[in-house]
Design a protein. Structure first.
Length: 201
């Protein structure tokens, strides 16, 4: 399973600076590497849907700048490239985001991120059926990704397949970290089916 809080590939100089910093302790360094690195280290969250919401709320330019720096510092970290692509989508720079998809899909380690970003790109262009396919490809690579399952559910709703999305939400609700997202999918699907009373419940 891929995690948005793990460090992944690290620049050796930076790691040594952390290890030998004044007041550094082994437990603190272990926490930093195990739970406060990766995407979380860049943005303070490992939740891709939260990052997407931030981008949509107008934080795209700041996110793009921050993520360009992250990609420069750690070019091999797929998560930083994925988030940079998401920020580019938020900025409306679809052609650069499309190049990011190709780069991510070209490497075995980042193929999941490539399919996920491709799904977001296709969805932003209104190609909801092909977006569903991209999210399904991401899920095949990482079946435990709550972000990919959630994105697939929301794409299913946009594609007019709300009943499938409700079924998916029920499966997602069995996953402890997916409970809240399953409610979002279920409410959106019920609203799409004009069952507003059930969606409000």
């Amino acid at each position: 399973m891929r995690s948005s809080v793990l460090a992944g590939a690290l620049p050796l100089r930076g790691l040594l600076d952390l290890a030998f910093a004044p007041g550094a302790t082994r437990p603190a360094l272990e926490t930093k590497l195990r739970a406060e690195s990766g995407l979380f280290g860049y943005l303070g969250t490992g939740d891709l849907m939260e990052v997407d919401a931030r981008i949509e709320s107008g934080d795209a330019e700041a996110a793009t700048d921050h993520l360009n720096e992250a990609v420069t510092l750690a070019p091999g970290v797929a998560g930083a490239r994925l988030l940079r692509g998401m920020a580019l989508l938020g900025d409306g720079d679809l052609s650069t985001a499309e190049r990011a998809v190709k780069l991510l899909k070209g490497s075995e380690e980042s193929r999941f991120a490539g399919h996920f970003l491709e799904g977001l790109l296709r969805s932003s262009r209104g190609n909801t059926e092909s977006a569903v396919e991209s999210f399904e490809a991401a899920i095949e690579l990482d079946p435990d990704s709550v972000d990919a399952v959630t994105a697939r559910g929301l794409a299913l709703i946009k594609a007019g397949r709300a009943d499938e999305a409700i079924s998916l939400a029920e499966k997602l609700s069995r996953n402890e970290s997916g409970e809240v997202r399953s409610l979002k999918i279920r409410a959106s699907a019920l609203a799409a089916n004009n069952d507003l009373e059930a969606a409000e419940a």
